[in-house]
Design a protein around this ligand. Structure first.
Ligand code: SER
Length: 641
């Protein structure tokens, strides 16, 4: 089956079982500044998984446009892409394991026509520390489903990824794995989840391509082995838990000495969050481990053949890798532009610029026959326009965005390469040189690195980054009055109120919930003004509770620590807030914490500056005004007296 057919069949299958078909959300998440792009179908539904009612009911299904920048370096093999379509169905406190697993199995076997003999299953082995039991219930359901197809599905010994490589298949069909593999939350394993985050055990289905095991990946093969024999094609998450940290507003304010334990509580409802990679299911349906051979991605490769005479089937491994990167990045760029992203040096615009330029650069490297990338946008749009009509509607804009950026980049390459040649006459390229190339020619760091490598020259990324940050600092100081983060200046009273604002943000989330996101802030020596997402007026009690939590945090004299770390890691650690301008994928975050107990009061993306200890705020925080500024956005003005 083609991916188009599978998408439709999936939507029809679940619609016939009482699900409302919801449109794909935009790639640009709303009110969720912790992530630049929507990376899974559940992301826009988090409030509903936490108990908010969905207007279309408790059974939902869709195919969601998703983009995961963190997978960029893996693109080039036969299964990874940055953009993908995630088939998703959800039960918001309605059906649970029995229906979900049986339906997905029925869809794969009777709907898509996959041979049940080729399907293997993983389930959650349990987590004693966090008191989450082993998922024997799912095992029983799976056994019945396979038995109905005449297959005896045996469960194998407990596995971790490493043990799997030793123990292998053990004649099993159902495999228990630990939380690294069979627990899903936006932030990873139970121990990585921040307070309030929902998650749960999951059960994955793998398709067996029956290719020979490659011992490079371990002595024996098992479903989670990376040798390429198995491919994960769907994940049913049983989202019924939420991480709780004892030391929060609900459990007695800051009485941290009483109980600092961390644990899980059951959500008010048991949810199913299913996500399956459409491209992967399509690859399984044609029994081809290379997802680039499916209809939609294959069409891009066909067009490359027609225009540039690149023959994917005859290409060397290296060439094929480049073709996959170009096809993937082009498709992602079309969808981003379709959702209104413009290339720029910041945030999402930067990501679009990066993938487009990377694709064009790689295509030029492959050289022979390549002319321009942007005309291929048409191929992507025609494959997807029936499922995602916004692509057809914005087709003209998409074309001009891609064309303009390509033209700009060509100029950059020509000018920058000339300058690079000039610089290498000295026999080396310093980080400062690389920065100057970027600064005056827009020549990306990746290209300097690549050209240097080709010549056997070393160029230091840390030196480049340092230069980049130095420059940012300078331009900040130069533009007097326009400090980042809404600070009027960097005087002591402003810095104290800045840290207080972080405390306020954390306190609001503790009192009102995780839907609270900063919408803006403005801090003068006299007061802080903080805008955030929340629908209703705060009650007197809520205001007092917020003040109390902030004042307790001041009294606790928490340490305020700056960290510069990869974006993904910061996100996993639960950092919230708005990203600062950045060139690389690293971000700076400020953590307000107790280094003795490890208790984290707040962690936010922020460029600073802050006090070193909350005690330095010296005074009592007080909310002087609370009002609405727009639909769903409230504003607090607060002072420290
Ligand atoms: N949220 C899960 C995933 O992304 C299932 O939808 O895999």
């Amino acid at each position: 089956m083609t991916s188009q057919e599978i998408r439709q069949k999936y939507l029809d299958f679940f619609a016939a079982r009482g699900h409302a078909i919801i449109p794909s959300a935009s790639l640009l998440p709303e009110n969720d500044p912790t992530t630049l792009f929507t990376g899974s179908g559940m992301q826009p539904l988090v409030p509903c998984l936490l108990g908010e009612a969905h207007p279309l009911g408790r059974r939902l299904v869709n195919s969601q446009k998703s983009f995961r920048a963190e997978d960029m370096d893996e693109v080039g093999d036969n299964r990874h892409t940055t953009f993908f379509e995630m088939l998703g169905n959800w039960s918001l406190g309605d059906y649970f394991k029995k229906e979900q697993l049986a339906w997905f199995f029925e869809f794969l076997t009777d709907g898509v026509g996959l041979d049940p003999q080729r399907l293997y299953i993983s389930v959650f082995a349990g987590d004693e520390k966090n008191s989450v039991p082993r998922d024997t219930e799912s095992v029983e359901i799976w056994k019945k489903a396979f038995a109905a197809k005449g297959i005896e599905a045996r469960d194998a010994e407990l596995l971790t990824e490493a043990r799997g490589g030793e123990l292998g298949m053990q004649d099993g069909r159902i495999f228990y794995y630990d939380a690294k593999k069979n627990w899903w939350s936006r932030s990873g394993t139970p121990d990585q989840m921040p307070a309030g985050e929902p998650g749960g055990p999951d059960s994955e289905v793998f398709f067996d391509f029956q290719t020979p095991h490659d011992p490079k990946f371990g002595k024996e093969c098992h479903p989670n082995c990376d040798c390429g024999r198995f491919m994960e094609i769907g994940n049913s998450v049983f989202m019924e838990y939420r991480r709780v940290i004892a030391n929060n507003a609900n459990s007695g304010g800051n009485n941290a000495n009483k109980n600092r334990g961390e644990w899980f509580e059951k959500l008010p409802q048991r949810n199913v969050d299913f996500g399956g990679g459409l491209e992967r299911i399509a690859a399984a349906s044609i029994n081809c481990p290379d997802i680039f051979k499916i209809d939609t991605l294959g069409a891009i490769l066909e067009e490359m053949k027609r225009r540039f005479s690149w023959d994917y089937d005859l290409a060397s491994d290296g060439e094929r890798k480049i073709m996959r990167i170009v096809a993937d990045h082009l498709r992602a760029a079309v969808f981003m532009a379709g959702d209104g992203v413009f290339p720029s040096n910041k945030h999402r615009g930067y990501m679009l610029r990066k993938i487009l330029r990377r694709a064009i650069f790689k295509a030029h490297k492959l050289a022979s026959g390549f002319s321009n990338l942007y005309p291929l946008a048409n191929t992507v749009i025609s494959s997807y326009k029936s499922a995602y009509p916004e692509l057809a509607e914005r087709s003209k804009d998409i074309h001009s965005v891609l064309e303009e950026e390509e033209m700009k980049f060509m100029k950059t390459i020509v000018g920058g390469t000339r300058e690079f040649e000039h610089l290498v006459k000295n026999g080396k390229i310093t980080g400062v040189d690389a920065f100057n190339l970027y600064q005056s020619h827009g020549f990306p760091w990746e290209l300097t690195e690549e050209l240097s490598l080709q010549r056997g020259l070393d160029v230091n990324p840390a030196e480049f980054q340092a230069e980049f940050e130095k420059h940012q600092e300078l331009s900040r100081t130069a533009s007097a009055g326009t400090f980042r983060g809404g600070l009027a200046d960097q005087s002591e009273p402003v810095v104290r109120l800045h840290t207080t604002t972080h405390l306020l943000n954390a306190a609001l989330r503790k009192v009102l919930g995780d839907h609270v996101w900063q919408k803006g802030s403005n801090i003068t020596p006299e007061r802080t003004r903080f805008d955030f997402t929340h629908a209703a007026k705060l009650t007197e009690e809520q205001k007092q509770e917020v003040e109390k939590i902030v004042n307790e945090a001041i009294a606790r004299d928490y340490e305020v620590k700056k960290e510069v770390l990869p974006l993904e890691e910061a996100r996993k650690l639960g950092a919230i807030g708005v990203f600062g301008e950045k060139y690389s994928d690293t971000v700076s975050a400020y953590t307000v914490w107790d280094p003795e107990t490890g208790e984290v009061f707040s962690r936010e993306f922020c460029g600073g500056p802050h006090v070193a200890h909350t005690g330095e705020i010296k005074g009592k925080f007080h909310v002087v005004k609370e009002e609405a500024v727009a639909a769903g956005v409230r504003r607090i003005k607060g002072v420290v007296e």
